[in-house]
Design a protein around this ligand. Structure first.
Ligand SMILES: Nc1ncnc2c1ncn2[C@@H]1O[C@H](COP(=O)(O)OP(=O)(O)OP(=O)(O)O)[C@@H](O)[C@H]1O
Ligand SMILES: [Mg+2]
Length: 327
């Protein structure tokens, strides 16, 4: 699967822009503020039906239109309209966010992800993404749990303890499914990480699902707050037995996140769901030797790749998209 072409109208710094891409490596080059991240985000929006930057990312235009053609076994024409009349269509039919993610799998590595990397929620979401491609219903399990948690929050105020008990049962069932999927995904990720050949140290994820008991139930009622939620499980990333968020250097953490993302890519590839890979600013905080290691890993893949760079990345035979403007 690859994105063959894109056309962008009235989107952020783009009045109109159109381009045809290589099915392999595409390098988006330009100075600061030339529109590299915005172009990458428009590709992300086309594949996911939402932005990777921010939901409420301001837009000076009332309506933006992003169109693209994806070649798979068949050709897909996608149109995403942003603004008041938001619309996401595949071959002129409206589709959900879940449909987009299933039909056009993609994987992103960006500064924003790196900033979020030390949050439990980000790591658990990455693991859920790993489960999603095999078990798309994990989305419903999470959505259902979040809905029930919202309802429970109201019931704490009303002191409706009987209904809370029933809801707790539903939440526990959903959470057990999520946690089971997480457990098996983490086992798979750990074995991918053992063979990653990017960092000469042992990376390992350690996961301890939270289980619901009488103590938590009482504490929730006392504090009127949900404690048993999808993002309270204990999760740690260890590098040679040390927690990376206490011990690792900046570049080291970036390499670890890259290894995790590459595990995700390998997993999707093994399931014949080769994702399009989007990388925003690969080189920041990375030494030249490590950058070369990352590039070597990327070159070995058959996936379509988009990499934004200021000027430091040169890959033989890659398609270069040079953006002008900026500061
Ligand atoms: N909604 C918007 N409308 C118009 N312009 C916008 C909007 N949002 C962002 N911009 C501008 O678009 C320009 C390009 O931003 P972008 O983040 O794509 O740059 P970049 O090439 O990735 O830069 P850097 O090298 O600093 O990462 C910036 O000047 C930014 O302020
Ligand atoms: Mg950028």
């Amino acid at each position: 699967m690859y994105l063959d072409s894109i056309s962008i109208s009235n989107f952020r710094n783009y009045k109109y822009f159109t381009k045809t891409f290589s099915p392999q490596i595409n390098i988006i080059k330009g100075t600061n503020a030339s529109g590299k991240t915005n172009l990458l985000d428009s590709i992300y929006i086309l594949l996911n039906s939402h932005s990777f930057i921010k939901k409420n990312y301001m837009n000076k235009y009332n309506e933006s239109i992003i169109k693209g053609t994806i070649k798979k076994e068949i050709t897909y024409n996608i149109t995403v309209t942003l603004g008041k009349n938001k619309k996401s269509q595949i071959n002129s039919k409206t589709h959900t966010l879940k449909d987009f993610k299933l039909i056009f799998p993609s994987v992103i590595f960006s500064i924003k992800d790196f900033f979020n990397f030390n949050e439990k929620k980000y790591i658990l979401s990455l693991i859920d993404k790993f489960s999603f491609i095999e078990n798309p219903n994990i989305i419903e399990n999470i959505i259902n749990t979040l809905k029930q948690l919202k309802l429970k929050h109201i019931l704490f105020e009303k002191k409706d303890f009987n209904t809370i008990k029933i809801i707790n049962k539903n939440i526990t069932t959903n959470m057990q499914t999520i946690q089971r999927k997480r457990n098996s995904s983490i086992q798979a990720i750990n074995s991918y990480l053992q063979n990653q050949n990017i960092i000469p140290k042992k990376i390992q994820i350690q996961y301890k699902p939270l289980s619901f008991d009488e103590k938590i139930a009482n504490l929730e009622i006392q504090t009127k707050h949900n404690i048993f939620t999808p993002y309270k499980d204990s999760i740690e990333i260890l590098l040679d037995e040390n927690n990376i968020f206490s011990y690792s250097s900046l570049g080291e953490k970036k390499m670890i996140l890259f290894s995790l993302i590459m595990s995700l890519v390998e997993h999707y590839n093994n399931l014949n769901k080769a994702p399009i890979i989007l990388i925003d600013d690969l080189e920041g905080d990375i030494s030249n030797t490590n950058l070369q290691k990352m590039i070597e890993k990327i070159i070995l893949l058959n996936n379509q790749v988009f990499i934004t760079t200021l000027e430091n990345i040169n890959i033989k035979n890659a398609n270069v998209i040079a953006l002008s403007g900026g500061i």
